[in-house]
Write a protein that binds this ligand. Structure first.
Ligand code: BTN
Length: 336
């Protein structure tokens, strides 16, 4: 789109100016048409200074999310090569599912500023207030059998931890299988949905929600002692470090890290993913509790197995392997 090509040129020339005439020549359009594009960009949140003698200069692109800012120069092999962005949508997973069914490319990304019907695991909803979170879904088409997709669940958690560390300088831990927590409170959730035949996956929708700038009171009552945002977690950082956390760079880091772990999955390098998961786990070695058919079990989480199950030495002396469902980890998200 021409207007983003204009942004690109202004970025390359920043902090210098580019004249309206020069822009017009580059794109083969009139100065008036350039001025209209500049106005559109300003409406989108780009701060562009205009000087009648020198031309246009990009002051800042704020923290705008749009397909251009998300995908431009991302350098990934698959994830985020193409993206769509919505200011408001019911659920990025729902929309990604439609794109996948219509045949979109591997790695197609859908992000939103707000979700009116954000969905979480186990049929829960995911609070998605305006511009306070990262809400993103990625369509993947891995050559896996349905039973092998657990590795993607774990890989997505690893990618999210690494992206948050890189973009925000904040270290989160992974609660099995893929919740990210800080100080015992949930920062990020991952919802993996799949369409498959008996022996092969058609597509997977990887939906990731990161609490970005909520304050404690922004969370619903029942979540207040269980949820945390990056802004809250960053309160302990120095002002300079705190201020550099941008939602756009966080999202871009996330797509890059997802791409890296996806390459590990495609290269059948599962052990590396499992080792990375173990390194960030706050589950292994801890006391856990889970319910199967109304019976409550407790025990110690020993490890994850090669196929991504959580192996638990239960207090009744039996070792059990869990593939999904809810596991409470002592000290995390309200299990004390
Ligand atoms: C969880 O329950 O922990 C998973 C939460 C997943 C939320 C994300 S936000 C983007 C994507 N769209 C959705 O509707 N859900 C996922």
């Amino acid at each position: 789109m021409v207007r983003y090509e204009i942004v690109q040129l202004l970025k390359e020339s920043s902090p210098g100016y580019v004249s309206g005439g020069e822009l017009g020549r580059r794109f083969g359009i009139s100065r008036t048409a350039i001025w209209k594009y500049i106005e559109e960009l300003r409406q989108e949140g780009y701060s562009i200074e205009a000087s009648s003698r020198k031309g246009y200069r990009l002051i800042s692109s704020q923290d705008r999310l749009n397909p251009y800012e998300i995908t431009n120069d991302l350098g990934t092999k698959v994830v985020g090569r193409e993206a769509e962005y919505f200011e408001s949508i019911d659920s990025t997973n729902n929309y990604a599912k439609k794109l996948a069914a219509a045949g979109c490319t591997d790695g197609m990304t859908v992000a939103a500023g707000r979700q009116t019907d954000g969905r979480g695991r186990l049929g829960r909803n995911w609070e998605s207030p305006v511009d306070k979170g990262v809400y993103v879904s990625v369509v993947l088409r891995p050559p896996l059998a349905p039973a092998e997709t657990q590795i993607l669940t774990l890989a997505a958690a690893v990618a999210s931890v690494r992206a948050i560390s890189e973009a925000a300088g904040i270290q989160a831990g992974i609660k099995w299988p893929n919740d990210l927590v800080i100080g015992g409170k949930k920062l990020c959730g991952i919802l993996l949905e799949m369409s498959s035949e008996a022996d092969r996956v058609n597509h997977v929708i990887l939906g990731i929600g990161i609490n970005y700038s909520q304050d404690g009171e922004d969370f619903p009552h029942e979540l207040r002692d269980k949820a945390i945002s990056l802004k809250m977690a960053a309160a302990g950082l120095k002002p300079g470090e705190r201020d550099r956390i941008s939602r756009l760079s966080l999202l871009r880091c996330l797509l890059k890290e997802l791409d890296k772990v996806y390459q590990l999955v495609l290269g059948d390098r599962r052990e590396e993913i499992l080792d990375l998961w173990r390194a960030h786990s706050v589950t292994i070695g801890r006391e856990v509790r889970f319910v199967i058919k109304d019976i409550v079990y407790t025990g110690k989480a020993d490890d994850i197995t090669a196929d991504g199950k959580l192996s638990v030495s239960c207090s009744d002396g039996v070792r059990r392997e869990l593939l999904s469902g809810e596991v409470s980890v002592r000290g995390i998200c309200g299990y004390m």
